[in-house]
Design a protein around this ligand. Sequence first.
Ligand code: DAK
Length: 256
Amino acid sequence: MESEKAFFKDSGVAIITLNRPKALNALCKQLVQELGQVVSLCEKDPSVRVMIITGSQKAFAAGADIKEMSTMTAMQVYNENLFGELDAVSKARKPVIAAVNGFALGGGCELAMMCDFIVAGENAKFGQPEIKLGTIPGIGGTQRLTKAIGKAKAMEWNLTGDLHDAVEAEKAGLVSRIVKTEQLLEETLKIAEKIASYSQPIAALAKECVNKAHETGLQEGLVFERRVFMSTFASKDQKEGMSAFAEKRTPKFVDE
Ligand code: DAK
């Protein structure tokens, strides 16, 4: 197995670890296939409420596997729908957090950006170095990155291929927070467990609304948000959440 998963059933958080140390977790076809399968399984597994995708202390993922990719033809890339399995990450309804230590380069940075947000260890390094290889990003490095950090920085990152540390990435808005390298998983778990303690459908709706902001104009997004807000009032969890507040007790959400 090039990737592995560990379940923390009590808290509902699944930790998916990229595990290909000999190549700094470079995304070969097998790893990507397994990752897509594991994420799809987690989506279906009711005991999983939130996913964390992480790597090692040295590398989240140093990009697509350059050696495997180098001899591919354009038609092979198209016919195989190379890395199409990663749609499982970007289209997941459950929250997915990237916990990044070390290198998140090329496809690795793009994978992290497919997650809902990125928590970075102090030693994290991000970049889109494809230009150095005579190519460009293929799964969001020019698109999601531009939406995340704006045109000027995304342009510079893509045109220079330079690496950027965690502080720079956080300042740019790519990373939601920085934690100590050794505490990356522990800190990310705390965030994931907090999210897992809330109503799952309400979290999924909140996620849909934030994503909508990326895909549409402000007025349309505001109407969408208003409709979704209204729909939460049809849920048991909204009634429970507000009653619990008034009664000064912890809510017991039932995901309905
Ligand atoms: N691919 C294959 N092997 C890699 C690799 C990669 N991306 N990155 C590292 N490795 C391997 C190294 O070859 C080395 O293997 P051995 O020589 O020991 O066999 C081992 O990992 C350790 O790496 P280094 O010896 O280089 O370690 P250093 O600490 O000295 O340097 C580094 C770390 C991360 C700075 C360096 O390894 C590096 O620059 N790596 C390449 C980073 C990179 O250029 N990444 C972008 C790859 S292109 C697509 C969608 C997406 C993509 C493509 C298509 N479609 C939908 C069509 C994505 C493209 C990319 O990501």
